[in-house]
Design a protein around this ligand. Structure first.
Ligand SMILES: Nc1ncnc2c1ncn2[C@@H]1O[C@H](COP(=O)(O)OP(=O)(O)OP(=O)(O)O)[C@@H](O)[C@H]1O
Length: 645
């Protein structure tokens, strides 16, 4: 009999459901005070020490400035310490990693007091390499005060078999791996699961959809009896049931979604319905005029698109970096680390899961088929194991919208809509984490607008409205709403000219070159290839020479700043009405006003020049000249329009 235990005997007051509060896109996300229900509950809340964890772990937790356990930690840690199987569903960013790492480490330390035998006691399976890296780092941090007693290994990088063998030869206490890597090591006898005591499936709903079915079945068959299984997930899916059937004896189910109602209010969600062309225009304005401030994750549909947007932004001196499965894993991890250290403010990530799995209809169809097959499997052999291996093995074991702990993300922008509601949940889960505030902004192309702007059309946005409707239904179930974010089109028009200039410069050839250039640079930086290049200097010279080929994107210095006269009279703060929800009033200016404005307020130059993007370096003469020419051209254009009107 499976028990459903979502309150663990502690009644929790769920606040009355309120409308999502208005966000302030002008404000960077700030850590906020604990919400009311959290405060009400605090009298009964145990501390980390009171949860029964090893004191060395409590010390490490304090070093990370975790003041008190989050809800999922309060609920899951005591159960896991008792040795129970736990299936836990809690929202993204709620602290699930510590909820399983801490009790597993504590149990290992406890056993070692009486039995010092070196054995692999825990296996943590994650769907992506990025996540493996993150979990491994969390283990290192939490075991900082017992480093001599806890030895962890990560098996996901492109390590040779020999290196992996030598890592495993030390018999690590805890191994973190993707299922494919774990099974490879088990099947080659490099990793023994004979004495395994804890198995953790993080992002459990995803491991099957990433095509690890067979690996999971193989691992399940290699487990000794009595292994404790902990499954963590942010969303429910038929896959979870399948996994439960394979791994769990009698799991305690923690479904914590209802109890997070108040915290959810820290996430504000907007959508903008606009044409394909306007999506580029609005994005330019948002980032150039900093209508959204703070670290931001922009999701696009595919790799080409990420380079297109990056090059488009470059035209305006908006700095960003791309993240995609094509980049080597070390580079991807470095980008995430640098973003978390505040080196980049904007990451443009391609969410290739949608790309690989196709559109939502196909995904739904697949889900239906899978669950039918699973229930058939249960009837036939009682195993409940999915029989068919899915075709879609993720070669790159890549995924940025899943589980990665991007720190302090102020906003998630769906430049291209995801193709399913669950993908949306994972994407927006990168912001408003650990009790912080954040906003999500999604661009939705109305069906009748799709395909109207050939240069920027992509197939995946054809069903944006349908996906939005599904997302709204799904979010409504969680007491969340998506608000429309409207721009006044007529007041954006002054910027359209620049947007078109920039878009024209980002040609297919430029995108291809940017893509290969990035890869080439990564090869040049590669530690692995260093030795090879030392032995083959001519190849290195060739690669370098390739790197020196001129950039094919047209360089347009005049686009790099926003002339003062285009900005609203009262500064860009005035662009957003009532904190920015809904109408964003760009100042409407007639020709007279513009000229007058320009005379009264000469363009800022030299140090402290306000470029609208916080760029304060002095402008070069070339830029000055380009500005002058640009402004004259604009004025001529307006004069012609006005004259003709
Ligand atoms: N008790 C705590 N107090 C403060 N911060 C915490 C606490 N527990 C975890 N965090 C922080 O919260 C962030 C999110 O944690 P974590 O990555 O474990 O979330 P998650 O639930 O696994 O999210 P996802 O479903 O997206 O994987 C991390 O930066 C983590 O350091």
């Amino acid at each position: 009999m499976k028990r459903k235990l979502d309150k663990n005997g502690e009644p929790i007051e769920v606040p009355p459901k309120t409308k999502t509060k208005a966000a302030q896109p002008e404000q960077p996300a700030q850590p906020e005070e604990p919400s009311q229900p959290e405060k009400q509950e605090s009298a009964a809340e145990p501390s980390f020490a009171e949860l029964g964890l090893d004191p060395r772990l409590v010390q490490a937790v304090a070093k990370q400035s975790f003041e008190k356990p989050t809800l999922v930690q309060r609920k899951a840690i005591p159960l896991a310490l008792q040795g129970q199987d736990v299936l836990c569903k809690a929202k993204t960013g709620s602290g699930k990693t510590a909820a399983y790492v801490l009790p597993v480490l504590s149990s290992i330390l406890r056993r070692k007091v009486t039995d010092p035998t070196q054995l692999t006691a825990a296996l943590v399976l994650v769907p992506t390499r990025e996540l493996a890296d993150q979990v491994f780092k969390a283990i290192e941090q939490f075991s900082a005060f017992c480093a001599k007693d806890i030895h962890a290994a990560k098996l996901t990088e492109n390590l040779s078999d020999a290196v992996q063998r030598s890592l495993l030869a030390n018999v690590p206490d805890i191994v973190v791996a993707t299922p494919a890597r774990a099974w490879h090591s088990v099947s080659s006898a490099a990793l023994s699961l004979d004495r395994l005591q804890h198995l953790v499936l993080d992002e459990a709903d995803l491991v099957l959809s990433y095509g690890y079915d067979e690996d999971m079945e193989n691992i399940a068959r290699s487990l000794p009896k009595g292994v404790q299984t902990i499954m963590m997930s942010a969303t429910l899916s038929p896959e979870l049931d399948a996994l439960k059937g394979i791994f769990c004896r009698n799991p305690t189910v923690l479904d914590l979604k209802e109890e997070f109602g108040a915290e959810d209010e820290k996430l504000t969600q907007f959508y903008v319905k606009c044409s394909e062309e306007d999506k580029w225009l609005i994005s330019y304005l948002i980032f150039k005029l900093q209508l959204i401030k703070g670290p931001c994750l922009i999701f696009v549909a595919d790799i080409d698109r990420s380079y297109r947007l990056k090059l488009f932004f470059e035209q305006f001196s908006i700095r960003s970096c791309v993240l995609n499965s094509e980049l080597p894993i070390n580079t991807r991890i470095k980008i995430i680390e640098e973003f978390n250290r505040g080196i980049y403010d904007i990451i443009i990530a391609s969410d290739e899961k949608s790309e690989i799995f196709g559109d939502e209809a196909a995904e739904e169809e697949k889900e239906k088929k899978d669950s039918k097959k699973q229930s058939k499997g249960t009837e036939e052999d009682g195993s409940g194991q999915p029989k068919k291996k899915r075709k879609h093995r993720r070669d790159e074991e890549y995924g940025v919208s899943r589980g990665i702990d991007f720190k302090n993300v102020a906003a998630v922008v769906n430049f291209d809509m995801p193709t399913s509601a669950s993908s949306y949940t994972h994407r927006i889960g990168r912001t408003a984490r650990a009790g912080r505030a954040g906003i999500a902004l999604s661009f939705v192309i109305p069906k009748d607008q799709h395909g109207k702007h050939k240069a920027t059309t992509i197939k995946s946005t054809e069903k944006d409205e349908k996906v939005l409707a599904k997302i709204m239904r799904q979010q409504a179930k969680l007491n969340r709403t998506l608000e429309p974010y409207n721009f006044n089109k007529s007041q954006m028009e002054a910027f359209r000219y620049r947007m078109n200039d920039a878009l024209r410069a980002v040609t297919k050839v430029a995108i291809r070159e940017a893509r290969t250039r990035e890869l080439r640079q990564e090869l040049l930086r590669s530690e692995t290839l260093k030795r090879y290049f030392e032995e083959n200097p001519t190849e290195l010279a060739h690669l370098r020479h390739d790197g020196e080929l001129g950039r094919t994107t047209r360089h347009q210095p005049h686009l790099k700043h926003v002339p003062e006269y285009l900005l609203p009279k009262d500064g860009k703060k005035a662009l957003a009405q009532d904190g920015g929800v809904g109408f964003v009033p760009f100042r409407k200016m007639d020709g007279k006003d513009r000229r007058h404005h320009r005379k009264e307020q000469p363009r800022a130059t030299g140090a402290g020049a306000n470029t609208g993007a916080g760029v304060t370096r002095p402008k070069t003469r070339e830029e000055e000249e380009a500005d002058r020419r640009y402004e004259e051209a604009i004025e001529d254009q307006y004069a012609r329009t006005e004259g003709g009107a």
